[in-house]
Design a protein around this ligand. Structure first.
Ligand SMILES: Cc1cc2nc3c(=O)[nH]c(=O)nc-3n(C[C@H](O)[C@H](O)[C@H](O)COP(=O)(O)OP(=O)(O)OC[C@H]3O[C@@H](n4cnc5c(N)ncnc54)[C@H](O)[C@@H]3O)c2cc1C
Length: 465
């Protein structure tokens, strides 16, 4: 009997039938990378319903020397959730809201809770969980923690790391770490929960978290602004921050990205023809009085100073949702292109975004003349999603060299090769090239200390040795 078959027999003794799936048709959707970048393989899928069941699974896998790939909503963009022979552990059945305390502004949820459901639960008690991104209808709290997700409100609320007060996790030997604290202040040594945030499932299985909640905004307004250059976008960012004090999101999109996305059904662009750059600004405030006036004055000032070419404010929640829909569908927009393409998730200091776009663009043009650039993203955080697309199917398109050049351009400006998506499997080789060697050695030492058998998601972060 193989190790996995023997393991399955032991698991059947300790788990309810609903927690074990062996039907290939039921497993298949969990093995597909959503953009079609590879298909995974697993001997079976486990779907525990409680933390004790997760602990049993991990302990038995560790004893059998069989590796585990945890999975949440399967929306990850770096391949870390797709097993290649490991046991697949889906947290989707662990999706309960365990507790909400609007006085303490905290909420404890299980790892499989979908972000949109967490938003709704917070709303029922007059509060808000501010993490927001295009995949919020599928991405889970466990996945968002494990990738330290960012999204569109980092400018105001920070990344997932800033929004988590406590974590419950199953360690690689099956012990349960109960770190579900809701304290704002707790200086009692190493903050172990931080190890699991951004670990991509390599140090254990996150089973629940205590999250920070916030008051719901009273004033809410979304605007689109037409711009000539990324430099103008930075000037607008500064004005919007300084003059309104209410900026919650600042996204930019270049004309190529807007045109490709506008071709999708139901997508509207407020300016015709689309300008070289579009900025989407979201404002939020605790008081409604004077709120709209301050934004209108700021936008009029930006136009007068020739920073902005034009600006429009969404006059209804539906119009605001349409503005956001253009931004949220950006990835889907360029996926329809048939010529080769390669994508990146870079960050630089905010002030270096224009230089990054210029330098990366020149490098791509050298390697693939005529290539189109799709550039959009969270400019307020210095985070640009940058895709090079070959001009024709016959054009030279050395994808690896292009990626290396784009990463070099970000790194040379003090930037990062992964702003918010993580390293996963797709960026492992590049991590070695850019990460500080001492940091990389320390990361390996932490992994070895916590997971000496290399059970937990062994393919992410590190190149196989
Ligand atoms: C349309 C779209 C827009 C997106 N926009 C953004 C964006 O703006 N900002 C951003 O940061 N990301 C964005 N993403 C990426 C993605 O949504 C995030 O990576 C998300 O955090 C992954 O959550 P998930 O539940 O789908 O995790 P999965 O994809 O299932 O897993 C992601 C990683 O986390 C690990 N993992 C999952 N659950 C657990 C757990 N409970 N314990 C331990 N490890 C676990 C997996 O092994 C894997 O390595 C976007 C994705 C899409 C499809």
């Amino acid at each position: 009997m193989t190790a996995t078959a023997a393991l399955l027999e032991k698991l059947r003794l300790g788990l309810p039938p609903a927690a074990i799936v062996t039907d290939p048709a039921a497993i298949a959707p969990h093995l597909e990378e959503w953009r079609g970048r590879g298909v995974g393989a697993t001997p079976f899928l486990l779907q525990p319903g409680t933390v004790d069941e997760v602990a049993l699974i991990v302990r038995l896998c560790a004893e059998a020397g069989v590796a585990i790939t945890p999975q949440g909503g399967n929306t990850g963009l770096v391949g870390g959730q797709t097993p290649q022979g490991e046991v697949l552990l889906s947290l989707k059945r662990m999706n309960r809201i365990r507790a909400i305390d609007p006085t303490a502004d905290v909420m404890t949820v299980e790892a499989g809770a979908i972000l949109a459901n967490v938003h709704n639960a917070a709303q029922t008690v007059g509060r808000r969980f501010p993490l927001s991104l295009g995949s919020q209808g599928s991405a889970t709290i466990g996945g968002l923690i494990s990738t330290n997700a960012g999204g569109v409100h980092v400018l105001r609320f920070g990344m997932m790391r800033e929004l988590v007060l406590g974590i419950e996790a199953v360690m690689p030997d099956g012990q349960i770490f109960n770190g579900l604290r809701s304290l704002r202040k707790d200086n009692t040594g190493y903050d172990l929960k931080q190890l699991f945030i951004g670990a991509e499932g390599s140090l254990g299985v996150v089973t629940a978290a205590t999250l920070r909640l916030f008051p719901r905004p009273v004033g809410h307004l979304v605007a689109m602004v037409a711009l000539e250059t990324p430099e103008a976008a930075l000037q607008l960012l500064q004005r919007a921050r300084d003059e309104t004090g209410a900026l919650a999101a600042f996204e930019i999109m270049n004309r190529t990205s807007v045109k490709l996305t506008a071709a999708l059904p139901g997508v509207r662009v407020p300016f015709d023809p689309p300008p070289p750059w579009l900025a989407l600004l979201e404002f939020e405030n605790a008081v409604a009085e004077g709120f709209r006036d301050s934004i209108e004055t700021m936008l009029a000032g930006a136009i007068e100073a020739s920073i902005a070419q034009d600006a429009t404010i969404a006059e209804s929640e539906k119009a605001a949702a349409d503005f956001w829909s253009l931004r949220d569908l950006m990835s889907a927009g360029h996926r329809t292109v048939k010529t080769p393409q390669v994508s990146h998730d870079t960050s630089t200091p905010v002030s270096a975004v224009p230089a990054f776009l210029k330098n990366a663009g020149a490098a791509v043009e050298r390697l693939s003349p005529g290539a189109r650039i799709v550039a959009f993203g969270h400019a307020g955080d210095g985070n640009i999603h940058y895709t090079a697309i070959a001009a024709t199917t016959d054009s030279p398109f050395p994808a690896e060299q292009i990626s290396a050049a784009v990463h070099d351009a970000a790194y040379a400006l003090g930037g990062s090769i992964s702003a918010e998506h993580g390293i996963g499997v797709f960026r492992r080789t590049e991590l070695v090239r850019f990460k500080d060697p001492v940091a990389l050695t320390t990361m390996r030492a932490v992994k070895h200390a916590l997971d000496p058998k290399n059970i937990m998601n062994p393919r992410v972060l590190f190149e196989p040795v």
